[in-house]
Design a protein around this ligand. Sequence first.
Ligand code: THU
Length: 132
Amino acid sequence: MSLDTLREAADRARANAWCPYSRYPVGAALEAEDGRIFAGCNVENAAYPSGVCAERVALGTAVAAGARRFARLVITSAAAEPTPPCGMCRQALVEFAPALDIVAITPDGRAASWSLAHLLPSPFTPSSLAHD
Ligand code: THU
C-alpha cells in the first residue's frame, strides 16, 4: 500500500472530524496486514472526556471488521509539526500491533515516523495479565 493512499484515506476521514471544542481535526488510516485500510477521525463530545481520538476510532472500526494484525498507521492533522499518537492511543494500539510503524504527515507534506515500540517502551500487554 502506498503512503499516498493511506494519507488520502486519513485525510478523507479527517474531513469528517467532529471537533467543535478543540477545532483540531485529526485523521487516521490503519493498514491491516491483509491490505485493508480502516480510517477514523476524532469524535469529540460536549462532555469532553467522552471524546475519542482518530486513532482509536480507526482501530475500533478495524477490529469490528475482523482485522487484528496491522502494519502501519498514518495520522494527518494541521499541526505545524508531525505529531505522534497520544498515550492512550499508544496503549490501545500495542494490544494488537506492538511493532506498528506510525507515520504522521502535516498538510504541507512533512512527515515523521516512529515504531510503536519506541513510542511505548515497556508496555502493559495481554501477557502482562498472566492468567493461570
Ligand atoms: N487527537 C487525535 O484524534 N489524535 C491525536 O493523535 C492527538 C489528539 C484529538 C483529540 C481531540 O479531539 C483533539 O485531537 C485535540 O486534542
